[in-house]
Write a protein that binds this ligand. Structure first.
Ligand code: HEC
Length: 101
């Protein structure tokens, strides 16, 4: 019975995560905020970049660039790993969110 409950909990949590997959704000909190905080400050973990104030187009161009290898600085390997898992829809949602900060 305990096992069944554990399985149900896992299935349930993943279901909730999937529902928020294209929600830029939720996605940002989950995948990006560890390093970039709320986007308004630079931190070492976040590559000393400030995301706040950049336009939707800029962010989308940079994220796409990390994905296809046409953008990046000294620590681009970190971001290449981050965006490797994102779908084009998720990149759009994240750019929309960051652009609105
Ligand atoms: C493990 C820490 C870490 C996580 C998590 C992370 N980033 Fe980054 N991010 C960095 C670092 C380091 C850089 C600087 C990379 C470089 O030198 O090009 C960076 C750079 C960027 C840039 C380029 C900014 C500029 O002006 O050049 C954008 C945009 C960005 N991150 C967005 C995101 C988004 C969106 C997510 C979530 C999907 C994310 N990051 C998750 C560490 C992280």
């Amino acid at each position: 019975m305990k096992k069944l409950l554990a399985v149900l909990t896992i299935v349930c949590c993943f279901g909730v995560t999937a529902a928020f997959a294209a929600d830029g704000g939720a996605l940002y909190q989950k995948r990006c905020a560890n390093c970039h905080r709320d986007g308004s400050e630079s931190s070492k973990a976040g590559g000393d970049v400030v995301l706040k104030g950049q336009s939707v187009q800029e962010i989308e161009m940079k994220l796409t660039g990390y994905k296809d290898g046409t953008y990046g600085g000294a620590k681009k390997k970190t971001m290449e790993r981050m965006v490797g898992k994102l779908s084009p829809d998720e990149i759009k949602a994240l750019a929309g969110y960051i652009g609105s900060l």
